[in-house]
Design a protein around this ligand. Sequence first.
Ligand code: ADP
Ligand code: MG
Length: 693
Amino acid sequence: MKIVDEYFGCDVFSTSAMQRYLPHAVYKQMMDVMEKGKELPKEIADVVANAMKDWAMDKGATHYTHWFQPMTGITAEKHDAFINPTGPTSVISDFRGKELIKGEPDASSFPSGGLRATFEARGYTAWDPTSLAFVKEKTLYIPTLFCSYDGSALDKKTPLLRSNDALNKAAVRLLNIMGYNIHKIKTTVGPEQEYFLIDEDMFKERLDLLVTGRTLFGAAPVKGQELDDHYFGSLSERVKAYMEEVDEELWKLGVYAKTEHKEVAPCQFELAPVFTSTNIANDQNQLTMEVLQKVASHHGLVCLLHEKPFDGVNGSGKHNNWSFCTEEGDNILEPGDSPKDNIRFLTVLAAIIKGVDEYQDLLRISVASAGNDHRLGADEAPPAIISIYLGEELTAILEAIEAGNEYVDTIDRKLELGVSTLPPIAKDSTDRNRTSPFAFTGNKFEFRMLGSNLNISCPNTILNTIVAEELTQFADELECVKQEDMTKALIALIQKTLKNHKRIIFSGNGYSDEWKKEAQKRGLLELKTTADALPHYTDPKNLQLFEKHNVYSASELHARESILLTNYYQVVQIEAKTMAYMLRKQILPAIFSYEAKLAQIIQTKKSSGIDAPLEVKILKNINTPLELVSNHLDTLEALINKETTTEKQAARFAADELLPLMETIRKLTDVIETNVSKEDWPLPDYNDILFKS
Ligand code: ADP
Ligand code: MG
């Protein structure tokens, strides 16, 4: 048996691998690049590249690739062999500094949202030395940024790194004004990943799953998740073997895969890693999703990362646990042990509350996609309304501060800010509300609206940027305050912030209809669909925010809005086409043949002088919805071919016309399915998929 301590991270060009393969002086310089963000000295690039190649070849690698995350959200790679011709029939293995630092993939087919004309197809990939290179399938993977000729970001990672810088700058400035001697902060993320595992043979029989990742048809199974008997249940042997292999692969790649369990829906599971710095967490989450999918095929399984593969049972999300800490690992979102640290915590908390309130639209946009729209607000995931949950105790503390009262906790401890300490906030008491989209969970915030297949860079870019903005505003306000007056000034600032932004704090049941009404009263945004949310991306206040913090230029932001709107329309249109195809080619013919069988029985009985009321009833049960389906299908096919002029119009068209019609067709078809014999139904049904997998 292999022991994890011995092989963890063995396929990563880790600091210990660097130590072994690099001359000591170069190793030291590399550490400065990685830890202090210094620029890589040109003269050591060749040495680093060569060491990386030697290390990778010792691991069996023959190729290298610049690994990047274009705006599609999935990772991209193009492999080059390490060979260099030295004569007509001879080669040497070679890898130069310039090949490590910069690549020029033919980028014309990646979406650029107008940032790069197709004739100027060149995009550049640039090495990101803050994330570690690794070997996978005989290839050295080098994490890179992807940008256009003029330096515009064409990827998901560049803005994330920029937002980390923005938050670092703002937090360090504010904390120093407040009297802390802090040089650097970094954000940390732990993304909990949900997924479904289903049988590969059944998956292959369903075009909807193959093409769109979700079932476009399917009557409810005889049993759903009502008994709550799947959650945390014991694992089948096949799934256990699968998870063991996933863990081993991830551990070799240095991913801290830690917690695994069954989730609420049948066939649903979760994998949570131990948190790490945001850039690495992002890269590793992309790797995790890839490994989850790849390993499944070794076990006759398919891993579904779609946000809502099955109607009527929970979809899959990804909880983004987020915090930030100092270089020494001092977590800024940890309520403190001293009055001074409490004030620090409460100030940052107030800034986050303000940011979430002022930029509800951006947080909603950061998780918007066609797939996730099926989850949000569907009694299984937070609604499309953003609010913050702080837990009873912290809410009471904030209320007391706002009112200028002293706070007395349950065991009679008094909190007078600046005099006493914040009573210890029991971690579990802050985590009872699972219905909140943005919950404080003791020492971090958990953003719960992400869909399972989302690239986590966008939500984190937005979180970092909005918090950077609020910390900057606080710093501007406090800049001239003398140290001896600081506590008073901070308390006044916290009070003012709470007065203006407490509407965003909500402790009740986020899934309830009352909350929707209440949220409306409070003036909170409810951007129900992606088509409603995305056009706000480029609202003047948001353009200003991103430009101010150098996260997105105006053209970069317009590009993202455009790509996401187009993607939304395209996803829905492909679903509509798949639905029409399955109906015409599979489902309608199957229904006709079942109807023919029934008609035959009725005929036979009648010719023998026997009535066939039962068969007639079933035939009617089928035929009434069938006529409707047939008419709707004609309309759907006409809509599929309808031209739209702008991206916004296309997205609206998808949300207002295509999706509601598809929903109607589905409901009717599902009724028919319940009336047709199992033998005649042309697809594996929900019972097959969810219980025989
Ligand atoms: P739950 O299922 O109750 O939400 P888990 O323990 O499954 O909790 O997941 C919590 C996640 O939060 C883990 O990935 C954990 O590493 C992460 N986490 C813990 N502390 C921090 C932090 N300071 N910053 C970011 N993530 C954190
Ligand atoms: Mg969670």
